[in-house]
Design a protein around this ligand. Structure first.
Ligand code: HEM
Length: 427
């Protein structure tokens, strides 16, 4: 375990948080070989990392590695944390386990200095309070009918008459990008340009200069829109952010730009992968898909089971701010802590038969959405997107099924996980 874990570490660190890769993005921009290279480079090629994670959870629940090539401090050790309870302890205690340094180091010059994912209290609490009303359940209900459903429908229009489709390229990837562009109130004719910037920013780990340039261009593009919304608010997210107020305080322009830039990796990467995981998990288990066809009210629990069983983002990182102890293991100040969400979500002390995908199991919250102060801000939106996608695909594509002649579609990845492709037939 030790050697393979250390082999993955640098990659895990550079892709930590909800930061993105450009796998399917590149697929849409370039040819298939490019897609394979990028997706393997960032997400990894593992088809089933779970036996290895389970062995580590049992043998070394808090596993120390002494590394010499860490970006933040060569002398500091790295710890991998595999058990559910220990992961929860880390994520809930933002004082001992800081979100600060790593994201700032890696993404600061692309995203800007006010990325909430990389903030600690009190800055994080203030910032989160200001942006969170725009992402509450009430606000999201409005987007569902105005935006999410029309976007999902228009994407399905593109292939509904054809009897077959490849749902990763034609549906799951463009879907959350367009939802975010729509929430920002961007005109439809600018969606393509927005998608190009999105791809460039998601490519930060492979093409850093281009990502920084795209980040500048997005800011220049959004600046007059923000000025306009400050003067004349409309029914969109930029207006909500411009007006958000807490104790007489408002978000500055730069704080708003940082938030908008973060939405690309945070809101696109995870959601397109999770939507693919949901579709693949059900399409490859016809009995569970039949249960959903018979009773659509099972969809919310299918979404939670998918985020548990096929966690799209396998780990997130923190830095210990002081000497501490976790699961009986001493952690020196400055250590990097990798919380292995995927391992925690298959912990047998929390779920019976955890390696079994079962939409009928009682839902117990997983750490797929994170936990504690940084718990996913967009989870209500992501749930709406996934539910809408599944409902509309089942409504509009009769007898939807995996194409038996498809090229061995499967879920893969050891940093992010999602299906390589989803070739389907219908009608
Ligand atoms: C199934 C889809 C999603 C999953 C599994 C997911 C997962 C996560 C996780 C694990 C975190 C915690 C990161 C940490 O603690 O370091 C997080 C944070 C975050 N997510 Fe999501 N996410 C999803 C969709 C979205 C969407 C659609 C949006 C917005 C459009 C979004 C916006 C955010 C933001 C802004 C944060 C940072 C919150 C903070 O720092 O306080 N996410 N997400």
């Amino acid at each position: 375990m030790e050697s393979s874990a250390s082999g993955l570490t640098a990659q895990r660190l550079t892709t930590q948080g909800t930061t993105g890769n450009d796998g399917a993005a590149q697929d849409r921009a370039g040819d298939d070989s490019e897609f394979e290279v990028f997706d393997d480079a960032v997400a990894g090629d593992a088809r089933d990392p779970y036996p290895e994670l389970a062995a580590a959870r049992k043998a070394t629940p808090v596993q120390r590695l002494d590394m010499s090539n860490m970006p933040h401090d060569e002398a500091k050790p790295v710890f991998f944390v595999y058990r559910y309870d220990d992961v929860l302890t880390v994520l809930r205690d933002g004082e001992t386990y800081s979100s600060g340094q790593i994201i700032e180091l890696i993404m600061g010059d692309v995203m800007g200095r006010h990325i909430m994912l990389g903030m600690d209290d009190p800055d994080h609490r203030r910032y989160r309070a200001l942006v969170s009303t725009a992402f509450g359940q009430k606000a999201i209900a409005r987007w569902e009918s105005q935006l999410v459903e029309p976007i999902a429908s228009s994407l399905i229009d593109g292939f509904a008459g054809r009897g077959h489709a490849e749902l990763v390229r034609e549906f799951t990837f463009p879907y959350p990008t367009q939802v975010i562009a729509g929430m920002l109130g961007l005109p439809r004719e600018d969606f393509k340009q927005f998608q190009r910037w999105s791809i460039a920013i998601l490519s930060v780990f492979t093409k850093r200069e281009a990502a920084i340039e795209a980040s500048r261009e997005v800011t220049a593009y959004l600046a007059p829109i923000l000025a306009d919304r400050r003067a004349q608010p409309r029914d969109d997210l930029i207006s909500d952010l411009a007006q958000a107020e807490l104790g007489g305080e408002r978000l500055s322009d730069e704080e708003i730009f940082c938030f908008l830039r973060l939405l690309l990796p945070a809101g696109v990467e995870t959601t397109y992968r999770s939507t693919g995981n949901l579709l693949f998990s059900l399409l490859s288990r016809p009995d569970q898909l039949a249960a959903i066809r018979a009773d659509r009210s099972l969809i919310p629990q299918a979404i939670e089971e998918t985020v548990r069983y096929e966690t799209p983002l396998l780990n997130i990182t923190r830095i210990a701010t002081r000497d501490t102890e976790l699961g009986g293991v001493a952690i020196p100040e400055g250590s990097t802590i990798m919380t292995m969400l995927a391992a925690a979500n298959r912990d047998e002390s929390r779920w019976d038969d955890p390696d079994h995908y079962d939409i009928l199991r009682g839902v117990r919250p997983s750490v797929g959405w994170g936990q504690g102060p940084h718990i996913c801000l967009g989870m209500h939106l992501a749930r709406v997107e996934m539910r809408t996608a599944l409902n509309l695909l089942l409504d509009r594509l009769p007898n939807l099924r995996l194409d038996p002649d498809g090229d061995d579609p499967h879920i893969k990845g050891q940093v992010f996980r999602s299906p390589t492709s989803l070739p389907v037939l219908f009608g």
